[in-house]
Design a protein around this ligand. Structure first.
Ligand SMILES: C[S@@+](CC[C@H](N)C(=O)[O-])C[C@H]1O[C@@H](n2cnc3c(N)ncnc32)[C@H](O)[C@@H]1O
Length: 206
């Protein structure tokens, strides 16, 4: 019987680098979803890919609890959920080359110009995210906000380590398991355009 306590992992203390496989009974490729919200995407992806291991990070307490409870209700054993600031976690607590897919869907756009500095995707975070990806790993990003999405594309597009790949060739979209994220479903119903990009981390040059 899986309980909410089995799903939740606490954020590590300052200076501690985690070992994600220690959270699971058996090892497997490790995927990270940042800002998993109510966990709609995570639930579907985890259910249909029991060989994969997942961490969903969510800052908002209400959504984090909802997501963890949802995983427990579905008796999901290959997901862990952490309430923390993903920027701090990725920059300080993830070991290098451990994430096979980084899912970033509808990151908060902070539309006012004076708030742009709060956006997740910027220099130091991008460096840390690339360090955390395994060579050949994917970074999938999706947004309903054209201007933030264009900024993300610019930032990731200028990284020589990353190769832009067609979205429909990614493991996620190609499989039958793409049920959409909660925001994707909501904005699609309103007729909003959804912007998507997929990048692969090229194998490291010696
Ligand atoms: C617009 S919602 C999108 C939720 C989900 N990805 C989806 O597509 O339905 C953005 C989510 O990211 C969370 N979030 C924003 N900044 C975060 C951060 N630094 N660390 C963790 N979660 C964050 C918010 O609390 C919110 O639940």
């Amino acid at each position: 019987m899986v309980t909410q306590g089995d799903i939740v992992v606490n954020p590590p203390p300052s200076g501690v680098v985690v070992e994600p496989m220690a959270w699971f009974e058996t090892p497997g490729p490790f995927e990270l979803e940042i800002g998993c919200g109510k966990g709609g995407f995570l639930l579907n992806r985890a259910r249909t890919n029991p060989h994969l291991r997942f961490l969903g990070i969510e800052w908002a307490n209400k959504y984090y609890l909802y997501c963890a409870d949802r995983m427990a209700r579905w008796q999901i054993t290959n997901v862990r959920v952490m309430r923390t600031d993903a920027k701090v976690f990725v920059m300080n607590h993830l070991p290098p080359a451990c994430v096979s897919v980084l899912h970033l869907y509808h990151p908060d756009p902070w539309p006012k110009k004076r708030h742009h500095k709060r956006r997740l995707v910027q220099g130091g975070f991008v460096d840390a995210a690339l360090r955390a990806l395994v060579p050949g790993g994917q970074w999938l990003v999706q947004s309903d906000h054209a201007e933030y999405f264009a900024q993300i594309q610019r930032l990731l597009g200028e990284r020589p380590e990353l190769e832009l790949t067609p979205w429909n060739e990614t493991d996620c979209q190609a499989g039958p398991d793409w049920a959409g994220t909660n925001y994707e479903v909501k904005y699609s119903k309103q007729g909003c355009e959804i912007y998507r990009a997929a990048y692969i981390l090229r194998p490291r040059l010696k």
